[in-house]
Write a protein that binds this ligand. Structure first.
Ligand code: MEV
Length: 378
C-alpha cells in the first residue's frame, strides 16, 4: 500500500563484543566491533490507509509477522495493544516487536510526534524491518532495531540534526525501557560501526584497530518443547542474564571483583595486541575471557561445546559473545572464533557439525547509513 511521498532507509550493522561483556555493566572496559551483517528499517508514507503505524517485520532469521499499531496509546499496557497477524504463528514471540513499539512511544513522548489512527483515506506511516541479524543471539539485534527505527523516524519527521551521540542515547533509552539495565556498548556499535571501547560507561571510538576475520556460530533454534512462555522470554534473555550475573556478584562479591578486574585487564591487553596485529595473543586472551564468562554462569552446555570444538579445530581463540545463553532456551546465543591464517573453512565446517548457523564475517563494518528516496510524482 505504501506509495508516493518520502521513503527513509536506515541501515545498521550487527555487533560482536570481543572482550568484557557483562563486566562492562559494572564499569569495567569492553571492546566491541561492528560485523558485516545488517538490519534495515524503512519508514514511508502509507497513503489511503486508516492512519497510524503499520509494521512489517520480514526476513528476520526464524521470525516474521505483520501488525497495525493504530494510534499507539502511550499509556496503555503493552498487552492491551492490537495483536499481530504472524506469517507463522509464533504467538508470544511477537513481543519481539517491543523495541519498535517502544521507539514509537519514545519519539512521541520526547519529540511530541503523534501519528493519529482511525478514519479511512488518511495518511499512515509504514515501518518495514528486514534483517540478516539473528534474534536473541548476542549479535545486537535489539540495539540495531532501536537505533535504525529511531534514526529513520527522526529523519522522516524532520527531526534529524546529524547528532549521532544524541541518536545513540535515544536508542539506548529505548533499549533500557524494554530490557532493563544496559551498557551503551550495543547502541554505540549500531550507531558508529568500527570498533568502540566502553570505559567507565563512556563510549570511545577506536579508529586504529585492524579489520579481522571472525567465524561466528549461532545457536538460534529453540527446542520444540520450550513452549510459548519460553518463547516470550527470548526478548527478556539479556535482562535475565544480567540479573543472574548480578545475583552471582552479590553472592560472591569479593571473588567477583577479582574476576571483573581480570576481565578489565584482558580488554586493555587485547586492544594493544590487536593494534600490533598479534592475533595469536588476541586469540589466547579470548580463551581466557571465555573462562571468566563461564565463571559468572552465562555459558550453557551448547555454547561451551561450540567453543571447545572451535578451540580443538585450531582456532586461535574462541569465546561466547554478548549476553551468553540460558539452558531453558536451548542455549541460544553466539560463539566467535578467530581463525588462524587460511583455516577459516575448516573451522566453519567443524562448527557447523553442531547444527549452529555458521558465518564467516569481518569486523570494523560501517555504522548507521541513512538514505532518503523522494517520489516527486505523488
Ligand atoms: C549484551 O549484548 C551485553 C551485556 O554486557 C549487557 C550490556 O552490555 O548491556 C551482557
Amino acid at each position: 500500500m505504501s506509495e508516493g511521498g518520502i521513503k527513509i532507509r536506515a541501515s545498521v550493522p550487527a555487533k560482536a563484543i570481543l572482550f568484557g561483556e557483562h563486566f562492562v555493566v559494572y564499569g569495567k572496559r569492553a571492546l566491541a566491533t561492528a560485523l558485516n551483517l545488517r538490519l534495515n528499517v524503512e519508514v514511508s508514507d502509507r497513503v489511503g490507509s486508516e492512519g497510524g503505524y503499520h509494521l512489517i517485520v520480514e526476513n528476520i532469521p526464524s521470525f516474521g509477522l505483520q501488525m497495525d499499531l493504530r494510534g499507539v496509546d502511550t499509556d496503555a499496557d503493552a498487552d492491551a495493544q492490537p495483536h499481530p497477524q504472524p506469517f507463522l504463528n509464533y504467538g508470544e514471540a511477537s513481543r519481539a516487536i517491543a523495541y519498535i513499539r517502544c521507539a514509537i512511544q519514545y519519539m512521541e513522548r520526547r519529540y511530541g510526534h503523534r501519528v493519529e489512527g482511525g478514519g479511512g483515506g488518511g495518511r499512515g506511516v509504514e515501518i518495514r524491518v528486514s534483517s540478516e541479524i539473528p534474534l536473541s543471539a548476542g549479535l545486537g539485534s535489539s540495539a540495531a532495531v532501536s537505533v535504525a527505527t529511531i534514526a529513520a523516524l527522526k529523519r522522516y519527521f524532520g527531526l534529524w540534526n546529524g547528532d549521532l551521540e544524541e541518536l545513540r542515547a535515544d536508542a539506548h533509552r529505548v533499549e533500557e525501557a524494554v530490557q532493563g539495565k544496559a551498557s551503551p556498548t550495543d547502541t554505540a556499535i549500531s550507531t558508529y560501526g568500527g570498533y568502540v571501547v566502553i570505559e567507565g560507561g563512556e563510549v570511545k571510538r577506536l579508529h586504529d584497530l585492524p579489520e579481522i576475520e571472525l567465524v561466528t556460530g549461532s545457536i538460534t533454534t529453540i527446542p520444540l518443547g520450550a513452549g510459548a512462555e519460553h518463547l516470550s522470554e527470548l526478548r527478556l534473555k539479556t535482562r535475565k542474564l544480567v540479573e543472574a550475573v548480578k545475583a552471582r556478584k552479590e553472592a560472591f562479591s569479593s571473588v567477583f571483583e577479582y574476576i571483573a578486574s581480570a576481565a578489565d585487564v584482558l580488554t586493555v591487553e587485547a586492544i594493544e595486541a590487536l593494534r600490533r596485529h598479534d592475533l595469536a595473543r588476541v586469540g589466547s586472551l579470548m580463551n581466557i575471557n571465555h573462562g571468566l564468562l563461564d565463571a559468572i554462569g552465562v555459558v550453557p552446555r551448547e555454547l561451551s561445546e561450540l567453543v571447545k570444538l572451535a578451540q580443538d579445530a585450531g582456532a586461535l581463540g574462541a569465546k561466547v559473545t554478548g549476553a551468553g545463553g540460558l539452558p531453558e532456551l536451548g542455549g541460544t546465543g553466539t560463539v566467535i572464533a578467530l581463525p588462524a591464517e587460511g583455516q577459516s573453512a575448516k573451522l566453519e565446517t567443524v562448527m557447523g557439525l553442531t547444527g549452529a548457523s555458521v558465518r564467516n564475517l569481518r569486523t570494523k563494518a560501517r555504522g548507521l547509513v541513512v538514505d532518503v528516496e523522494e517520489n516527486r510524482c505523488s
